[in-house]
Structures are given as structure tokens and as C-alpha cells.
Write a protein that binds this ligand. Sequence first.
Ligand code: PEP
Ligand code: MN
Length: 361
Amino acid sequence: MTEVKTLNETVREKWKKRPLIISGPCSAETEEQVIETATRLVKTGKVDVLRAGIWKPRTKPGMFEGVGVKALPWMLQAKKITGLPVTVEVATAKHVEDALQFDVDILWIGARTTVNPFSVQEVCDALRGVEIPVLIKNPIHPEIDLWSGGIERLQKVGVKQVGMIHRGFSNYGNTEYRNAPMWHLPIEMKRRFPEMLLLCDPSHICGNRTMLQSVAQKSIDLDFDGLMIETHIDPDNAWSDAKQQITPERLAEMLNDLVWRSENSNEKEFLTALATLREQINHIDDELLTLIGQRMKIADKIGAYKKSNNITILQTNRWNDILTKALKKGEALGLSKEFITKYFDAVHLESINHQNKIMND
Ligand code: PEP
Ligand code: MN
């Protein structure tokens, strides 16, 4: 099939391509499965990189832990046949060493590794002086500094091409997602690393097939640079993550139906309209801040009265009253209950802090 160009050139090109699409099975199972997946993926003409897990960090022992090094020649073979660069997950120095020996093109660090600075550092130390792109998934729990800390560790050992993968955060209790997206966290990472590649992994966010499309679309609307999605030739019988995998052909359909948007436009009319609306938003934000400042000044006065009359800062009834009224008004204004609660909690806490300072001055 496609002739393989010199590796680095192909990978370098892919790294810059937008959107960048990485796909392949959760786990490499057999040589036939890896090669058939790769062949069917390349036929869609929409996939840039082949992924497969070969060392699977599983929550409990006894679950399928990946086939290990013996899958590395299968990946190499799939690359030879299809021309697709390949990526595998690494969690130890030995994994890195093995992957490099079999010409893996891109490495990724999984969510269970990003949580552990010792492991991330071990992987980084094995990468000193090696030119290979590395993708790092968010840690399992919403501790954003572990994510950016991992990136800093990679950059410190000289990895030039670092990318981020958003795969959602684990949540206590039942939610509609396997891993809650908490979109504000990848948005914050974009603010911290504006030039860095950011991919979304809807498969591990959703944990099912039905929501994949809408989560992928949401990430595109938030200006992500591409997707990592799990595909399998026989999803129902996959050895891991069966519920969330789709066939290569279904992936192609899904990618076709997504609406790709760009962050910027040169259209004059659009730019003028946008600038006007943004000016209005800036003005309102400014007024809101001024008003909140005034609100705190009044809270300070109340604090002084409470102090001289020896009254507690918190009066639960008064607080309930404020919140109930705000929720009612918020609903009429089309503001969600979640937003009103968070907003009033924040304002209330700031008031309490102000009064606390006055009381104890
Ligand atoms: C995977 O990509 O198969 C995987 C194990 O993902 P995560 O690290 O996001 O759980
Ligand atoms: Mn998986």
C-alpha cells in the first residue's frame, strides 16, 4: 500500500496536521486484529496515526493486562503495510526502551501514570536525548497541576513535541460519563500552554458509543486540535473497553458528520459584529466587578455591626433566603441552578472572609 516516507518527516507532518486523528484498538490482541484494524482505518482516508495499548494499567489484578512486547512487531508490521505512524502507551523506562527499539513513532503517557510524579519522571529520564513526540493524558483525578507538572517534566528532559490528551476525570457516584469531562480544566491547560497540541479522547470520557459524537463535537467547538478515538474490528468482543469501541467504518461516518470550525475568521462583517459584542461584554464584566466590590463594602459594614453586637457571621436563614430568591430569579433569566449556586457560594464565601477579617482585627 502507501510507501513509508522517512519516519521523522511523516511524523513531523502529522504532528502539525489539523485536525489530527489518532485511532486504533484499546488493546492490541492479535497480529491479525492489529493489521486488519490498521488496514480498515487507512481505507477511510481520515486517520493519521494508529494507536494500540500493549501494556494496560488495569485497576484490578486479573483483568486483561495487555499482550506486552510481543505486540511491538505487530505495530511495526501494521506501519509497514499502511504507512500510518504508530503510538503506544508507556508507563516505565523499560516500556520506553522497548517501544523505541521497535520504531514506535509517538509515545503516550496514560491517566494512571500522570498521577504519579515518580513514574512520569522515570519515563522522562528514559527519554533524555531521544527525539520522539510524547502525548500526556490528564491525571485520573482533577488535579490540574499534575498534568502541567508532567508537561514541564517532559520539556525539562528536552522533549520538544509534547501534546495533551483530555480523557476526562473520574467521579464518585453515577454520572452519565465514565470520566466527567470537566471542560474548564482542558480550557485552563490551553491558557497555560497556548501553542501546545490538545486532543480529546471521547472514548474514555463516554465509556459508551452513544455519546461519542456529541463529546467529540463539543471538543471541536472548544477549538481542540484533534481526537484520539478507540476502534476495533469487532467492538463487542474486544478484550478491553468493549462498550466504548466502534468499527473503523463507524469512525469514518462519525468524522464525516462532525462540524469542524476554525478559531478565527478574516471576514470583515463577522469580525466587526464580534468586536462590538465583545465590547459590550467587557463593559458588563467591568460593571459586575464594580458592583461586587460595592457589595463587599456593605458586607464590611455589616461585619462591623455584628462585631459590636457580638453576633455570628453566618445566619443560615438569611443565607437560605438569598439563595432561594436568586434561584427563582436566575431560572426566569435562563441561568442554570448549578451556575447560580456556584456563583452565590463564591460571593457568600468572599463576604464571610471579609467579615471574618473585620471581626478578628
Ligand atoms: C487507553 O487509552 O486505552 C487508556 C488506558 O486510557 P486512559 O489512560 O485514559 O485510561
Ligand atoms: Mn481503553
